[in-house]
Design a protein around this ligand. Structure first.
Ligand SMILES: O=C(O)CCC(=O)C(=O)O
Length: 292
């Protein structure tokens, strides 16, 4: 099957033109799509008409979808455990946009998402874009001594570190922490398919390095957050209804922009695809014993 690959930014992102993803795709086409995805990290398919089952089938061509038991029930599709409903909400008296800090999906688990898929159902007239950053570039553009230092480090990934999680009532945080205990991950991950190194830290999940205090960790982490999200490393998606987009969480981070107010106007469906094992659950001592 023929298709065109149109790069959308120099750092990452490409549009695939000429494929209808509601239809079966032969193995050769799927293999070429996967190569394109490994090269461009984010693939966009415009104008796709998919049922929930077809969206799950599309996702399954890349990897097995998570069933999202670590998320609250209200965020899950009532009939399909594989589908998350991505919409903004009011939580603890605050407007919370799904994904409003830079992150990599499920990095706070020992099976971080290999990929995620978003399918746009409705969008505000203006605003509500999503931005991705290339974490290969983030790693490769650091100085050699810093790369060597980071290669040896592990970093805490904690879902409840995010600003939207920290402001919730204590009981809610505790329940979320039981579902999502913090993990330690390598600060630099070797991509299992390409063999390239990618920086694996993000502002949502990462409060500190293992074996270092927060005071020592934070200036380094803040520098890395700034460095990795510079505009030259980004691709920005302006959504249209029926856009279908898949990205590689092993070498990208992403951010949902907060520049819209009408919550009911923006809704997407998401699958997250189960990735290779990475990271280890923190021991109580590691979690509570690290000097602040
Ligand atoms: O709503 C978006 O644009 C992105 C949502 C997000 O960050 C996610 O699904 O992980």
């Amino acid at each position: 099957m023929e298709f065109e690959i149109k790069p959308l930014a120099s750092a990452l992102g490409a549009e695939i033109i000429g494929l209808d993803m509601s239809q079966p795709i032969d193995d050769d086409t799927q293999a070429r799509l996967r190569q394109a995805w490994l090269k461009h990290l984010v693939l966009l398919f415009r104008g796709q008409q998919l049922t929930p089952e077809q969206m799950i089938a599309f996702s399954r061509r890349f990897a097995e979808p998570h069933t999202h038991t670590n998320y609250e029930a209200e965020l899950r599709h009532p009939d399909h455990a594989e589908l998350l409903l991505v919409k903004s909400r009011h939580v603890a008296g605050r407007d919370v946009r799904f994904g409003e800090q830079w992150h990599s999906d499920m990095s706070f688990t020992t099976r971080p998402a290999l990929a995620s898929v978003l399918y746009a159902r409705s969008m505000p007239e203006t605003g509500g874009d999503t931005v991705w950053a290339n974490m290969y570039m983030a790693y490769e553009t650091l100085s050699e001594p810093l790369r060597r230092f980071l290669d040896t480090l592990e970093v805490v990934h904690d879902l409840n570190n995010g600003t939207t999680h920290r402001v919730r009532p204590t009981a809610m945080i505790e329940a979320s922490r039981r579902r999502n205990p913090p993990v330690r991950q390598p600060a630099v991950r070797i991509h299992p398919e390409t063999g390239r190194k990618a920086l694996f830290v993000n502002e949502w999940a990462c409060p500190q390095f293992i074996g270092m205090t927060r005071e020592e960790s934070q200036p380094i982490l803040e520098m890395l957050f700034r460095h990795s999200t510079q505009p030259e490393f980004q691709f920005r998606q302006k959504w249209k209804r029926d856009d279908l987009l898949i990205w590689d969480n092993r070498c990208t981070i992403h951010l949902a922009l907060k520049d819209y107010t009408d919550f009911s106007s923006r809704e997407l469906m998401r699958t997250s695809l189960v990735g290779e094992p990475s990271g280890v659950l923190l021991t109580e001592q590691e979690y509570h014993g690290v000097p602040a």
